[in-house]
Design a protein around this ligand. Structure first.
Ligand code: DGP
Length: 132
C-alpha cells in the first residue's frame, strides 16, 4: 500500500490524530501553513468526491460537521473553512479523498479564499455548459 493516508488510517504512519471513528479520521496537516489546519479522511481508499460512494461521503461529512462543531463549541473558534481538491486537475496532491478543515475566528487574519484572476467566458456561457 503506497497511499500515505491509507497508511495513516491503518496506524502504520504516525499523525497527530484529532478524531477517529470506525470509518473516518481527522488529523493535523503537516504543511504548517495555517494555524489548526486539519484533514478529514475516509479510512476506505477513494481518490476523491468523483469516485466516492454516497455512504462513505455521508460518513466523512458527518465527521467534518462533528469536528467543526467541536472547534466552535469547545475550542474557542467561531467558524471553519472547508477546502477540497478533487482530481489532479483541481490541485489534488494526495490522491486519497480529504477535506481540509481550517478553524476560524473573526479578525484572525487568515485569507483562506482562493484569489481567482477573473472569468474568461461570460457567466451565461458557463451556465449553458454546466446546467443539467
Ligand atoms: P491536497 O493538495 O489538497 O491534496 O492536500 C494534501 C495535504 O496533505 C497537504 O496540505 C499536505 C498534507 N500531507 C501530505 N503528506 C502528509 C503526511 O504524511 N501527513 C500529514 N498529516 N499530512 C500530509
Amino acid at each position: 500500500m503506497n497511499c500515505i493516508f491509507c497508511q495513516i488510517a491503518a496506524g502504520e504512519l504516525s499523525c497527530l490524530k484529532v478524531y477517529e471513528d470506525e470509518h473516518t479520521m481527522v488529523f493535523m496537516d503537516v504543511a504548517g501553513d495555517v494555524d489548526g489546519h486539519m484533514l478529514a479522511i475516509p479510512k476506505k481508499h477513494v481518490k476523491c468526491i468523483l469516485d466516492c460512494d454516497t455512504e462513505t461521503l455521508n460518513q466523512l461529512m458527518s465527521t467534518v460537521k462533528k469536528v467543526a462543531k467541536h472547534c466552535v463549541e469547545h475550542c474557542g473558534y467561531e467558524g471553519v473553512n472547508l477546502l477540497n481538491a478533487s482530481d489532479e486537475s483541481a490541485g489534488q496532491s494526495v490522491l486519497h479523498f480529504h477535506i481540509h478543515i481550517i478553524p476560524r475566528k473573526s479578525n484572525d487574519g487568515i485569507d483562506a479564499w482562493p484569489h481567482f484572476s477573473g472569468a474568461t467566458i461570460p457567466n451565461e456561457e458557463a451556465f449553458q455548459k454546466l446546467c443539467f
